[in-house]
Design a protein around this ligand. Structure first.
Ligand SMILES: Cc1cc2nc3c(=O)[nH]c(=O)nc-3n(C[C@H](O)[C@H](O)[C@H](O)COP(=O)(O)OP(=O)(O)OC[C@H]3O[C@@H](n4cnc5c(N)ncnc54)[C@H](O)[C@@H]3O)c2cc1C
Length: 426
């Protein structure tokens, strides 16, 4: 009897999951592991933790649902507060697992953990899958990631023309087997956070987990029919419905972009197909684009000069940075957005562009500190989208026009009656 082990990272779902589909067809027993890696919760030199309380809470909720849903597939999920390279190495020996299945990642920290694990258990097979993409890396019309163009439109047009979105995957059924799982999912306190209540002004009052992601799709698409006006509302600032709010579930893999794509297609067939329904797909391609950019450029996305290798005169003024975080700048629109993220772990796309532009182009402050702050606070933090967008808006990434936002005219245009600024500043 062979046992397979699925190591979960940012792929926290049971549907359209290549690791589960492959493991359940190769083995008659499958176990799964998730590690709350202590390194993800460390305090950074710049004064905040790598993962803050908002994402930690969402993640804990996600792991509870993952455990329930895996149980239905007869796969026990073991959960630890420890390093994966330590716990998984122990488990493979204890349960004689011959293969580990996991999502393929390529950023430095993730690769390091993977290398450590491989070194600890050299006899175990490792099988990784790209399962976070909209267009699968094996299907895109480029021979090498080096050929990915700098400009999004070029990438999008070519992929839309030449690449099919793959069908959703399904899992094989495995028999139930006896297994004592006495591991516990940590609480916020276990991770050294204190319990907190969601701010009632939050645009993201949702909970983590795969069922919640699917519920949100049903609600936003079919119940409220917000999808068909998405293109007109997506630059909004207040409330749950101006945009899909699917980013946090996408970021930790509670839902795949393909699942969303096929729901859009269903909507287009059954209800209406228009510019708005297409635009959600367009945005999912942006998400893919930043993943391909980081595949192409590796660690350059974390460098001050970015992927353009462009040097500017950057400041590193602690007080100015602190004022930006505290919502204490001369721009009320920036301040309102910074208060929103501090109180909720969420900020609209419009807000993110403006506060990024203000920090990098008005204050000329080392943009990486802003990106690190977002990394800590955002519920939907995704390494590629965060650092890719930060580079883009800081003039060191993929924006060919290197635009600087005029914050006052942005506020006049997107918050003409001051509703948003009043919500956070009054
Ligand atoms: C400085 C900055 C930092 C950002 N950091 C992140 C991050 O860490 N994680 C993250 O998921 N997004 C990030 N974004 C992109 C974008 O702001 C969020 O994806 C979006 O606001 C989430 O809300 P939504 O799900 O309602 O988006 P919708 O408007 O409903 O879009 C649907 C989906 O498309 C994708 N998407 C939309 N816009 C972008 C974009 N510009 N780049 C990449 N994907 C996009 C997201 O997956 C999103 O869920 C950042 C943008 C900026 C300007």
């Amino acid at each position: 009897m062979s046992t397979g082990l699925i190591w979960f990272r940012n792929d926290l779902r049971t549907q359209d999951h290549e690791g589960i589909a492959t493991a359940t067809s190769n083995h008659d027993r499958v176990i799964a592991v998730y590690c709350f890696d202590p390194r993800h919760y460390e305090e950074l030199d710049i004064g905040f933790r790598k993962t803050g309380k908002f994402r930690a809470k969402f993640l804990i909720e996600t792991i509870h649902q993952l455990r329930n849903n895996l149980r239905k597939l007869h796969i026990p999920l073991l959960v630890f507060q420890n390093k994966p390279e330590v716990k998984i190495a122990e488990l493979t020996k204890e349960h004689q697992t011959d293969t580990i299945y996991f999502q393929k990642e390529w950023t430095d920290e993730e690769k390091k953990v993977e290398r450590n694990l491989k070194e600890a258990i050299p006899d175990v097979k490792f099988k990784d899958h790209y399962q976070q993409f909209f267009f699968h890396p094996d299907d895109i019309p480029y021979d090498s990631f080096n050929d990915i163009p700098k400009v999004f439109t070029e990438f999008r047009k070519k992929c839309e023309k030449k690449t099919e979105v793959r069908e959703l995957l399904s899992n094989s059924k495995i028999e139930e087997f006896e297994f004592v799982n006495d591991t516990e999912i940590p609480s916020l306190e276990d991770l050294d956070f204190t319990e907190f209540k969601t701010d009632e002004r939050s645009a993201f009052p949702f909970h983590g987990g795969e069922d919640e992601a699917l519920k949100r799709v049903e609600q936003y698409f079919f119940e409220q029919r917000n999808l068909e006006t998405y293109k007109e509302t997506r630059n909004g600032l207040i409330g749950t419905d101006y945009s899909s709010k699917l980013s946090a579930w996408l970021a930790n893999g509670s839902i795949s972009p393909r699942q969303i794509y096929f729901k859009v297609k269903q909507y287009e067939k059954e209800i209406i197909s228009n510019q708005s329904t297409y635009w959600l797909i367009f945005e999912l391609i942006w998400r893919d684009f930043f993943k391909y950019i980081s595949l192409k450029h590796g660690n350059e996305i974390f460098q001050l000069e970015g992927i353009r290798g462009k040097s500017h005169d950057w400041n590193d003024d602690h007080e100015a940075f602190r004022n930006w975080i505290d919502g204490n700048t001369k721009e009320d629109f920036v301040n309102a957005n910074m208060l929103e993220i501090a109180h909720t772990g969420f900020m609209s796309n419009r807000g993110r562009q403006n506060v990024n532009s203000y920090l990098a182009k008005e204050l000329k402050h080392d943009w990486r500190k802003g990106a690190a702050y977002f990394e800590s606070l955002l519920i939907d933090y995704d390494v590629h989208s965060n650092w890719g967008n930060w580079m883009y808006n800081s003039g060191v990434g993929n924006d060919p026009r290197d635009r600087k936002f005029n914050i006052k005219s942005q506020a006049d245009r997107y918050d003409p009656d001051n509703d948003y600024q009043d919500l956070w500043l009054k």
